[in-house]
Design a protein around this ligand. Sequence first.
Ligand code: PLP
Length: 479
Amino acid sequence: MENILDQAYSADNFRQQGHALIDMMADYLERTTSEKNKEKTIQWQPPTDQLATWQEDAQQPLADPLELFQDAIARSIHLHNPRYMGHQTTPPLPVTVLSSAVSALLNQGQAVYEMGMVGNSLEKIMSEYLARKLGFGSEASGFLTSGGSLGNLTALLAARAAVSNVWNEGHQEGQRWAVLVSEEAHYCIDRAARIMGLGTEGIIKVPVNERYQMRTDQLEQYYQQAISEGKQVLCVVGCACTTSTGSYDNLEAIAAFCQKYNLWFHVDGAHGAPAAFSPKYKHLVKGIEQADSVVVDYHKMMMTPSLSTAVIFKRSGDSYKTFAQRAQYLWAEQPGEEEWYNGGKRSVECTKNMSILNVYTILRTYGETIFRENIDRLYGLATTFAAQVRTNPAFELAYEPECNIVCLRYLTECDTNSFNQQIRQLLLEEGDFFIVQTILKGQTYLRVSLMNPLTTERELQELLGNIEQKAAYLLAHSH
Ligand SMILES: Cc1ncc(COP(=O)(O)O)c(C=O)c1O
């Protein structure tokens, strides 16, 4: 009998399974994206039930991995369904499913040139291309990292490396670092600062205005307060945009403030920096080109699978200072050498996925028009949806959306917070639509993130109708 390893590596088996899998995935796409699609966006199960199903599955013999893939598909949330309007993860473009398969097959590690000849070159080309789109000059460049959280940590580490040698000397007695950031920033900024040992007192949260943008008029006051407490401010982080509400901070005002005090200016553009691709919306990121570093998630608004994040530096040289470390067995040239082609010198990761192939494939296949169209369509859809909400007296719109994130709530004389939480729970359990919820100024809102360009006005009207039905049901069953 054939050895199991030889059988597992057989090209013939792969060809057969691969063809069948592509057919299965294409059928899935056809079903989920079809106008007639009535399938659920999510087949909700509580975690213990889901776990039990898989525990049972693990005990069964498996005749064909395709059965397993079929199950995994059926039991997952369906991002390509036009009624998916939840978290900020994109339904990946089908061509990137193919490029991901190529990356998986090649499994290039990226840390050293030989293990990432293609990936390191593409990272340089794409980072410089993205930097130009954001308005940076020819000195700007960057690389890829695995996710916005890691990207923001990398940028904050670079900000620290610019003003201290803590990397080699460790924390000095009495040294107290701080970062200034909007209170609406994604939690990963807070987490990055804590990882760096800044502690709670090192994360200074600047309040937001009624549009959930940083009150830049209060930056001076918070900065002076930090100085008077003996802290050294490492950087100011601008949001482009915030996670809960999609609000863009006034980046020009933050840039001017940073210039005044010679502070590092970092922009978390994980979600919203790609607005730069759209002539209609690029005004939202005005000032981003003055940042010292910017993070952009390709897997949010640029239609690639997760995880794929660009970390862009205004001065490419800054990116080499963060992890100045010797690794004799990896790099012949040691610290100080600016070798773009040895990826591991600048990233937290040693081995890293060649996910740059995904965004490069999109660009080469469809041109940059596709990025503009995605922004224009999704941001425009949010404006349409906001108008639907505003004209329906049953709802309250939390603010005028700046991008594709809209927060609303159903108005009721009952406890509005718990009423909207119950609506969201009913929607989740029913599974037709998928939306999430958030807390704004202590109040619960339903949060709609329009990530799927196949969503149309019709689904948005249906969503409002569905919420009203849920509300009627709750009212009828309340005592
Ligand atoms: C503004 C912002 N920054 C950072 C992140 C974290 O990115 P990732 O999930 O890629 O780690 C998110 C995630 O939603 C985000 O919205």
